[in-house]
Every structure is written in structure tokens, then in C-alpha cells.
Design a protein around this ligand. Sequence first.
Ligand SMILES: [Zn+2]
Length: 209
Amino acid sequence: MPDRQPTRQPAVRGAKAPGNAPRAHLCLTSGTGPGAPAWRKRRVLLLNTTFEPLTALPLRRAIVLVVCGKAEVVHGDSAGMVLHSATSAVEVPSVIRLSTFVRVPHRSRVPLTRAALMLRDGHRCAYCGARAETIDHVVPRSRGGPHTWENCVACCTKCNHRKADRTLGELGWQLETAPRAPRGRHWRLLAGLSDADPLWLPYLGEPAA
Ligand SMILES: [Zn+2]
């Protein structure tokens, strides 16, 4: 894709509630799922009209976009929570889609963060497939291994402990696939997030490495 500069700022930033927007009264009426109290900190994946992921918005801003008709809910919250305003009820969204296309500038290198790495590896240990809790440097840092996408994998604490500062060759371990940087600028949006809703994965375009 050519690296063209857009003629105007992406409207994502400007898509904040205009001054005359109806205020969404965030009255939570149901929510029995786990983690329901954390809903205030929730972020919502914002998709372009083309379903390309753009950013992750605070829940309040996402609700305002939906209430103002600037976006539609693509996926509701998995716990089925509903917010009531004075005049309407809005499903708590996990994924929303803009009603008007916005052009976004091309950005290249995806920063390596814990959250993005966990998503790339599907929260699974690269060595045993158990749930990953940490990050392992395939070539240990003490042996000169760099902190890069190509040298980092999601890892369970057990494997991380067993591996210590040894190399795969020394242990006789193997990786199923060579780790690599995820492609696609939308991965950048994950870099700033401490967690991401699993419902977002189908929209992030890249299968786990
Ligand atoms: Zn493991």
C-alpha cells in the first residue's frame, strides 16, 4: 500500500461527541458475567467501514458514537450488559463499526508489548500449549538474545522456569513456528492495551503465529 499522507486528520480523533450530542447516562442494568465491575475501564474496538481495526476507544466514547449514529454495534459485550439512557437502551459494545469511512496514515513497525505478544500467540505457551503467563526470550537475554518479536514468545511459568537461561538446542526443545512480528498496522493499537477482548481477534486479521 502506498504511504500517502491523508489530506485531513483521521476522523477517529474528531469523532468525539459533538457538543450537542445526547449525553449517554451510563446506567448499568444487567451484567452477571465475570469481571462485570471492570466494565468502566472497558475499551471497545473501533472498526472502519471496511472492518479494518482503527483503535480501541474508552467505553464511554464508543457509546456516544453509537448513540449519535456515527457507529453501529458489531459485537455486543459477551456478558450481555445493557446501558440505559433517558430515551433508549444500548447494548454494551465490544466491537463497533464507523458509519463513515476514515482514511488513516500508514504506520510501519509494530511495537513489541506484552499485550500484543500474548494476542499474537493466543495466550498459549509456545513450548507446551498451556496458558501463558509470561514472556520468554527464546535465546535468553543473558546469552545475547534481543528483545524482539522474533526472539520473544508467550510462555507458561513452568516452562519459563525449566528453561531458565538455556537455549532450545541445549534443552532439545523446538518451536512449532518461528516467532515473527505481526503484520498489519492495526496491531499497533494493541500495543497500548493491557488487555483485549477475545471477541476482537477475528477483526485483527492475523492468526496467531
Ligand atoms: Zn509451557
